[in-house]
Design a protein around this ligand. Structure first.
Ligand code: SAH
Length: 484
């Protein structure tokens, strides 16, 4: 290890910056954040530096840096930063500081520095520092961005609670292990559920003791997993998956997503299985209640959004009846995800003012559809589970006046690397399904907007198949003009 990480208390310590320009200003700001006492030495000071100096009553020494003039200041300094663009001068500062064993940082010069400053995430009192040993500040910043995104937003609050609770925790849990167990539990809860912080110490202690006594309350999270691409999970869904005890998932939930589940959680597959045996809805409901009653954190993970053709409502009714707590975490529904990844805007000022999501998986659901309104022009219809009944769909739509030449798109495995988009017309639908041997999951979209897939498709893995139907003879111009 080339650099030893420490965090230094700079409050009221005498620090010196040599330089008075933009970089000096930046360094000055960070030293002031740490409440240091700063003096600056330079021949010239920028307006920004002057303004800060005035605000904080800092001494500005407008002079050449040399040991004779500045030696006394250096003798009293805790650390020095050289922020000039003159290497010779920077070197003088460095030598003078090192002679006095004062820490020195020379901006952009590792050889002349005895310490360097990391990229930081400041959620004081929490501080995350990232150092690449001065090799790549750009990489340090990139890593900081990634970590910043991962950190819960309420860390500052959490730390102040932990500080306030410290005496009580110590009293309640005199031995080290039980204290650590409680703190671990509390932190984990507070990070995933903001209400925990609001609840106060006693309420949390009670919950914790109930859990340890084996009679804690379970909770069910009804979570939308999105259409397939794991990066389309919401941040909340990811958090819940990473803390779950049990996850009941459908067949539609992709491998990529199941990999995000906490390693020692129990995975229960309640969708269609390989041998076509499926767990009935009643059985799923029963399992949900049973696990929650064991005091577990149960995730019911569904493809897309749980409230769109997902029976989410029915499952919640069961939980309400059983008196079980729950939360719903929405997901990106297939129509939205698949359309985005196929380059089909579901609405478009010129082609569609309305979008409808329908399902057509059995005779029963087909009979209930309002064909008159579905067959109208200038609207987009996304059909879930429409593969099996596609012939009935087409004949009904055409009988009710939708033009057989209406453009359509079939999106198979949308948002996944295997995504295929097949384009054609309404009357070709059944033929295309057979020709390209479309398999589930597939979404059928019909309406003028589907034409745009040819031009706006962007997903690099996606294959575009089928006849690329145009809206009119000179549709080429039309689409180009309208899109650009
Ligand atoms: N609740 C889910 C829909 C469940 S119904 C949601 O909001 O998306 C299942 C149907 O959704 C499938 O038959 C298919 O029509 C569609 N679907 C789900 N994921 C899909 C995907 N990745 N690609 C294409 N269609 C998908």
């Amino acid at each position: 290890m080339e650099y030893f990480p420490i965090t230094v208390r700079l409050q009221d310590q005498q620090c010196i910056i040599v330089g008075g320009g933009e970089i000096a200003h930046r360094k000055l700001k960070s030293l002031l954040k740490a409440q240091a006492k700063v003096s600056l030495i330079a021949l010239d000071f920028s307006l920004d530096v002057r303004a800060l100096a005035e605000q904080y009553q800092l001494p500005l020494y407008q002079q050449d840096f040399n040991e004779k003039l500045s030696g006394k200041l250096l003798d009293e300094a805790y650390l020095v930063i050289a922020a000039t663009d003159n290497r010779e001068l920077n070197q003088q500062v460095s030598v003078a500081a090192r002679r006095r064993r004062v820490w020195v940082n020379v901006v952009d010069d590792l050889d002349l520095s005895t310490f360097i400053m990391p990229a930081i995430i400041d959620r004081s009192p929490l501080l995350v520092a990232i150092s690449t040993g001065g090799v790549s500040p750009v990489l340090a910043r990139k890593i900081r961005e990634k970590i910043e995104w991962l950190l819960p937003t309420n860390l500052g609050q959490l730390l102040s609670k932990l500080k306030a609770y410290r005496p009580r925790i110590k009293k309640k849990f005199p031995d080290l292990k039980s204290k650590r167990d409680f703190s671990e539990w509390y932190i984990e809860q507070a990070i995933t559920d903001p209400t925990v912080i609001k609840n106060g110490f006693d309420a949390n202690l009670e919950t914790y003791q109930a859990i340890n006594a084996g009679n804690q309350k379970g909770k069910v999270y009804l979570v939308g997993a999105g259409p397939g691409d794991a990066e389309l999970l919401t941040v909340k869904a990811l958090k819940v998956l990473q803390t779950a005890d049990v996850v009941l998932h459908d067949a539609l939930v992709s491998e990529q997503i199941l990999e995000q589940v906490r390693r020692d959680a129990t995975l229960v597959h309640v969708g269609k299985r390989a041998h076509n045996h499926s767990v009935t809805q009643d059985e799923t409901n029963r399992l949900l209640v049973q696990y929650a009653k064991q005091g577990l954190s149960v995730v019911r993970l569904k493809g897309g959004d749980p409230f769109i053709f997902g029976r989410g409502g029915e499952e919640l009714e069961v939980l309400v009846a059983a008196g079980i707590d729950y939360e719903v975490v929405p997901g990106i529904t297939a129509a939205s995800g698949c359309a985005s990844y196929a380059g089909i805007p579901l609405t478009h000022r010129d082609y569609a003012q309305t979008v409808m999501f329908i399902t057509a998986h059995c005779a029963n659901s087909i009979d209930k559809l309002n064909w008159q309104s579905l067959a109208r022009e200038k609207q987009t219809v996304a059909i879930y589970m429409g593969l099996l009944r596609n012939e009935t769909l087409v004949s009904n739509l055409m009988e009710h006046g939708r033009d057989g030449a209406t453009p359509i798109a079939i999106i198979e495995n949308g948002t996944l690397p295997e995504q295929r988009v097949v384009r054609g017309t309404l009357q070709q639908l059944s033929g295309l399904v057979k020709q390209y041997q479309i398999v589930s999951p597939a979404l059928i979209v019909f309406g003028e907007v589907t034409v745009l897939a040819d031009r706006l498709g962007w997903y690099q893995h996606s294959t575009l198949l089928g006849a690329q139907v145009k809206l009119s003879e000179n549709d080429e111009d039309l689409v180009l003009r309208k899109v650009s």
